[in-house]
Design a protein around this ligand. Structure first.
Ligand code: PXL
Length: 280
């Protein structure tokens, strides 16, 4: 038997639960070996904290990859998230080319923006650069803001129409050769979820959960980490999207109802056993 193995390429925000401190526990809990390339070390994430430290690890990325190559280390999936600069995006293209084997699945979460605004520290040209990286993905998982920024379109607030989201998915399918799972989709005030364009079938589908009226950081990382885990555990892309929508909604609901002090992220830890059940 061979254990599946993922390389997760994100920053480490030492406090705040996002990127690697979310991807590593979630993917590992699903039984998948998780190697990491930390792209930067921050004292906290950038959402709501001031004066955080930021140590750039760009110069360490290729030496790590080259050492892995020398040791013939192979991966079932490469998973990139928050990248701190256009230079890092360019390096990631080379990383994917070097580490991709015949059956390696490339999952790109183009983390950079939400609610119509770019995260602090990103230049206006960053989305264009990120969209060129997305060309290499077998799966990309933007939220609606990231999607419209990569397409050079205006951001509008929801509720959205199905025609608009179907159109966005089709336009996103042109910037990647892979599938697209678009997050933050809602057609009314009751339900929130994701739209999925499956490149293998050409089909568009949707998955929704009860909308909880509260915004938390790190939920995009919970979403894509659980989606990728479910997919690697053998679920179809549509089933994996539903797993990720349900698990992320569960973590948000639990945090809102039971952990009022946890403003900086969600409590995914005490719900992780439910994710393990869902991916089986
Ligand atoms: O969750 C995405 C993310 C990852 N890494 C850093 C962030 C954020 C979102 O704010 O600030 C450093």
């Amino acid at each position: 038997m061979k254990q599946k193995r993922v390389a997760a390429i994100h920053d480490i925000s030492c406090f705040g639960k996002c990127s690697l401190t979310v991807a590593l526990p979630i993917i590992s809990a699903c039984g998948i070996e998780t190697s990491v390339i930390p792209t930067a070390v921050l004292s906290t994430h950038t959402g709501g904290f001031k004066n955080f430290t930021f140590r750039d690890l760009t110069d360490d990325i290729m030496p790590i990859v080259n050492h892995w190559k020398q040791n013939n280390i192979e991966f079932d999936a490469l998973y990139s998230g928050y990248l701190g600069s256009i230079e890092q995006v360019e390096i990631l293209k080379e990383v994917f080319d070097k580490l991709k084997g015949k059956d390696t699945f490339i999952c790109i979460d183009p983390v950079m923006a939400d609610h119509g605004v770019l995260y602090g520290g990103f230049k206006p040209e960053f989305p264009k650069s990120m969209s060129s990286l997305c060309a290499k993905g077998d799966l990309i998982t933007p939220n609606i803001t990231e999607a419209v920024f990569m397409l050079g379109e205006e951001y509008t607030q929801g509720p959205y129409t199905k025609e608009y989201i179907d159109g966005l998915l089709c336009r996103l399918a042109k910037i990647t050769s892979g599938s697209v799972v678009l997050t933050g989709v809602y057609f009314d005030d009751q339900k929130l979820g994701a739209g999925c364009y499956n490149v293998k079938t050409g089909q568009i589908s949707y998955a929704f959960a009860q909308r909880i009226d509260k915004m938390y950081h790190g939920t995009g990382d919970v979403f894509t980490s659980s989606l990728l885990s479910a997919y690697l555990c053998g679920k179809t892309l549509e089933q994996a999207t539903a797993v990720a929508v349900e698990f992320t909604a569960l973590c948000i609901k639990d945090t809102k109802e039971n952990f009022p002090d946890m403003w900086y992220s969600v409590n995914f830890e005490r719900n992780i056993s439910k994710l393990i059940e869902k991916v089986k």
